[in-house]
Design a binder for this molecule. Structure first.
Ligand code: HAM
Length: 426
């Protein structure tokens, strides 16, 4: 069917996807590994609402960022409140940290989350409007570079646990309140004579958000970047020392990294370390984050330096599928429950329940009546045993246990079904 033909049945919205049963095992694996890895590094789970006051993101992610300026889904209530579907998790975690007094927990407070975010992007490969992220945040009373390294480490270990290899961390420091204004001025001075040649977005950014000039992807703006001053030359002593320590930690962990002088990230709250994680052969970042030392105080909390990152789970799933990574491992096949006749079918549901309660993993074919069809399905699933429950067995309160490999059968009383199965499984 050609693309222009409008389908006459409902479709999911642009950039929003169903996750079908065939992919669920990948998502389950990611969520299980996230839980294990977060647990190992002592991150505690936090869940925040999908809807927040729009002002939360305007104040933190930043008015001049693409996310806030162009991509937020805003809902206006009848009372005049402006709400936003969360485009990212960090501002909500910061809000929850202040609102619930989490600063009273032992420091640092390490939190992790996973869920849907919403950005009204131009949908294309790897850019969704409902995206899923897993995030780590470390909030503390000190800006210790070890936390930057640990955030990066947790991200890399989660990605590697999914058998995604050859990671590269693009990393930069964008300084602090002390050194960034000076760098900002240098950038403005550098770009001023080029104003007429810049793309539309860059012309606007050169006034509002000059650091973003560095991550413009428009081909016409690329040559200008090459001569632009770099932040590392303008870092104050404190930021320089901090960045050096982060890099030393990363090196000591054997993680591969590239200094990326153009990496500034598209969110306003970052200070010092910023990074993005890539894997070989895929152009889009599979994760990104950085330090945000002023965010909690900006929202009214006490000064609490923090660092965090989020992984794009949809992109991880894409990588796993594109690279044909097998995450399944060995699946234990289930025991097949085969019924024949009306009486047996009527008794089957409660019998299968008894098996479930006793910890026996069974699959039934209650929608199929033919014995051959059911046996053939059992064979396809690789069931080691089949339980055959027919009219005679239903009347005599027993069941046949069939070894699917040898074909040998044994009839056991229903009362001893669990024992019989366990004996056969040995
Ligand atoms: P972010 O770079 O905007 O950072 O998003 C993190 C990751 O989410 C990206 O690296 C990418 O893998 C994925 N992602 C972003 N946008 C999309 C999209 N439209 N479609 C598919 N995947 C996408 C943040 O969100 C920060 N909150 C990270 C952070 C946590 N910084 C500090 N703490």
């Amino acid at each position: 069917m050609s693309k222009s033909v409008k389908k006459n049945y409902p479709q999911s919205l642009k950039g929003m996807h169903d996750i079908l049963p065939s992919d669920q095992y990948i998502w389950e694996k990611i969520r299980n590994n996230l839980k294990d890895i977060a647990g190992f590094y002592n991150f505690l789970r936090i869940d925040t609402p999908l809807l927040e006051e729009a002002a939360l993101f305007e104040r933190t992610t930043g008015q001049d960022t693409d996310i806030v300026e162009k991509q937020m889904y805003i809902i206006k209530t009848s009372k005049g409140d402006r709400l936003a579907l969360r485009p990212e998790g960090t501002p909500s975690v910061a809000r929850a940290y202040i609102q619930h007094g989490l600063s009273h927990l032992a420091q640092p407070v390490k939190l992790y989350y996973e869920g849907s975010m919403f950005r009204r992007e131009q949908p294309q490969a790897g850019r969704l409007r409902q995206l899923h992220q897993a995030g780590f945040e470390i909030i503390s009373n000190a800006d210790d570079p070890v936390y930057d390294a640990q955030t990066i480490l947790a991200c890399c270990r989660l990605i590697e646990s999914l058998k995604i290899k050859n990671l590269n961390i693009h990393i930069n420091s964008i300084g602090c309140k002390v050194c960034r204004p000076n760098y900002r001025r240098k950038l403005i001075d550098y770009y001023k004579p080029l104003a007429k040649s810049l793309c539309k977005d860059c012309s606007r950014r050169s006034v509002n958000n000059p650091l973003r000039l560095l991550d413009c992807k428009t081909p016409a703006c690329q040559p200008f970047k090459e001569g632009a001053p770099i932040m590392l030359d303008s870092l104050c002593a404190n930021c320089g020392k901090h960045f050096k320590a982060v890099l030393e930690y990363i090196e000591s962990l054997g993680l591969s990294y590239t200094l990326d002088h153009y990496l500034v990230r598209g969110l306003d709250y970052y200070t010092k370390t910023v990074f993005e994680i890539f894997t070989e052969g895929i152009d889009l970042a599979i994760g990104g984050g950085g330090r945000y030392d002023y965010l909690i105080a900006m929202l009214g909390g006490r000064h609490s330096p923090a660092v965090g990152a989020a992984l794009g789970l949809d992109r991880l799933v894409d990588v796993i599928k594109t690279k044909e990574i097998n995450l399944l491992g060995k699946i234990k096949p289930k025991i097949a429950f085969i019924h024949m006749g009306d009486l047996a079918k009527r008794k089957s549901l409660s019998l299968i329940e008894e098996l479930r309660v006793s910890g026996i993993d069974a699959v039934d074919f209650l929608g199929k009546d033919s014995l051959n069809a059911q046996l053939s399905l059992a064979n396809k699933l690789g069931s080691p045993l089949a339980l055959i429950f027919g009219q005679k067995e239903a009347l005599e309160e027993d069941i046949i246990i069939r070894d699917m490999k040898t074909g040998s059968q044994e009839t056991v009383p229903l009362k001893r079904i669990v024992k019989g199965i366990r004996r056969k499984m040995k």
